[in-house]
Design a binder for this molecule. Structure first.
Ligand code: ZN
Length: 515
């Protein structure tokens, strides 16, 4: 450990600087069933595979993940990456604590062996909770700080959905976070964070930091950065920067039943008083906007009627099954919307997708054109509804292998395993064994269907689908079908979360002159 105290062999041009690259991401939904195991980090559909050492340099460049942008920025500065570890698991239940400790120790061992270093770049999510540790990222950053000592710069790239804590702010020299939802700036955020880290290595002073919690929770559908008031608040955060001042906003992941759940602000400035004032001014903007956070959501039958009432024209009406979003910990197999579509005979509609390995196997055994009598979906969580009974017609088979085209998975080599296209009563549904958020048009196209030509497109996604489909959509409707990614946060049985949903506080904006 004494090696970390050696003088840093770095010139002011940054040449030869050795920067450790670490990635470890999970977004934890406390209301998802089960426990997330170590193996879940080995099969992250849509994302790069778990990588160690030099594997990071083979698999990450060219993808959309933050470390890809960070590696490019480091290369541009003539620095040397020291790749340690990178892994992501799909959002799901709390991470098994022993699994977390195993990966954490692997990261720490890798960093220890790599010393002396000039800086540490961490790509973390910010909303990982284990079965024993609510603030997993805070624990990781603190452990890395303990290992490398107080002087080595640590900069962290975070997801917009981070549940930020004082510990995370205190233990890192700078935290940066995605500024878009859908997240179309992951790689850019990694590059920005790396440039900040390089500036510290080159002698730029570390800023003072101030932390503020926004006193309410936001549902995911109210967090889209293209909509007000979030759009305006991000603009204000950027405009407050400059002259050594920076504001990092995080919107929180509200399906985490932990004390730190909710939006937050990290403000950075050359001195503590300026940082505190900057954070306080940003917080005032947020509390003043509380009454504006609203996102309408329709029961399935009403949403289908509204979709049919949209005037004809190019592009699909998108029915967003926002509460069974696997990207938020949904099981990807609830059937509330699918059953309503079949009941209504919503002709020409496509739903993406139902995770059901048994239905895939039955359809492949029967072959295209056959009718199969399977109960579809609704297998993993009986509390969120029953399967949709057959018969289903097998339309097409796909190998589930394609390269990401949408902004979220762009460039990623995706292997979902075999997929099938089934049809009943005019409604088509893609079925795959695994989960993946419906924000990837290449999945639809690899089955020979052009999403822009569909009349109705149902997607299991809360907001990320907008990255791929907002431009082509005739209309977007949020559907209130069963799922574990609840949008009406007043329905959730919170036990640990401290902050109430926006608009439900006493003396919140909705109780004043705007009510
Ligand atoms: Zn996110």
């Amino acid at each position: 450990m004494e090696t970390s105290q050696l003088p840093l062999p770095v010139g002011r041009d940054g040449g030869g600087m050795r920067i450790a690259i670490v990635g470890f991401q999970h977004e934890t939904n406390s209301f998802s069933p089960g426990v997330t195991t170590a193996e879940a980090f080995g099969t992250p559909f849509g994302w790069p595979r778990l990588s160690r050492g030099e594997e990071l340099l083979e698999r990450l460049p060219g993808t959309a993940v933050p470390s890809a942008g960070a590696l490019a920025a480091l290369q541009a500065a003539g620095g040397t990456p020291v790749p340690i570890f990178w892994a992501i698991a799909l959002p799901s239940a709390p991470v098994d604590h022993a699994a977390f400790e195993g990966y954490r120790d692997e990261i720490l061992d890798g960093l220890r062996a790599a010393l002396p270093l000039d800086g540490v770049f961490l790509e973390l999510h910010g909303a990982m909770a284990t079965t024993e540790e609510e603030d997993a990222e805070g624990a990781i950053i603190a452990a890395v700080r303990d290992l490398v000592g107080p002087d080595l710069p640590i900069v962290v790239s975070l997801d917009l959905h981070t549940n930020l804590t004082q510990r995370m702010v205190s233990c890192a020299d700078f935290l940066d976070a995605y500024r878009t939802y859908p997240h179309v700036d992951m790689s850019e955020t990694g590059a920005r964070a790396m440039r900040r880290l390089i500036s510290f290595v080159n002698g730029a002073p570390r800023p003072a930091a101030a932390f503020r919690e926004v006193p309410f929770l936001l549902p995911l559908t109210a967090q889209a950065t293209g909509a007000e008031p979030v759009c305006r608040l991000y603009r204000a955060a950027q405009e407050a920067g400059g002259d050594g001042r920076d504001v990092t906003l995080t919107l929180g992941f509200p399906l985490a039943d932990i004390a730190s759940a909710g939006p937050a602000i990290a403000a950075y400035a050359p001195d503590a008083a300026t940082a505190e004032a900057l954070a306080e001014a940003q917080l005032a903007l947020w509390t003043a906007a509380e009454a504006e956070f609203a996102a309408p959501i329709l029961p399935p039958a009403e949403a289908i009627a509204a979709a049919r009432a949209v005037p004809p024209g190019p592009g699909p009406v998108v029915l967003a099954d926002v509460q069974d979003n696997p990207g938020g910990g949904g099981t990807n197999d609830t059937t509330g919307l699918l059953q309503a579509m079949v009941d209504a005979g919503l002709d020409g509609a496509l739903l993406v997708h139902i995770a059901d390995a048994e239905a895939v196997a039955a359809a492949r055994a029967a072959g295209p054109g056959a009718e199969i009598d399977v109960d579809l979906g609704g297998r993993s969580d009986p509390e969120t509804g029953a399967p949709v009974p057959g018969p289903w017609r097998v339309c097409r088979l796909g190998d589930g292998r394609f390269t990401g085209q949408g902004p979220m998975y762009s460039g990623n080599a995706i292997d979902m395993g075999r997929v099938v296209l089934l049809e009943r009563n005019g409604v088509q549904v893609i079925v795959a064994a695994g989960r993946m958020q419906a924000s990837e048009p290449a999945l639809i196209r690899h089955l020979g269907i052009e999403p822009a030509e569909l009349p109705f497109l149902a997607v299991k996604s809360s907001v990320h689908f907008r990255g791929a489909y907002q431009e082509m959509a005739r209309e977007i409707l949020h559907v209130d079908a069963p799922g574990r990614v609840t949008m009406d946060l007043t329905r959730l049985p919170y036990r640990r979360a401290l902050r109430p949903p926006a608009g439900t506080r006493r003396n919140s904006g909705q109780d004043t002159e705007k009510s």
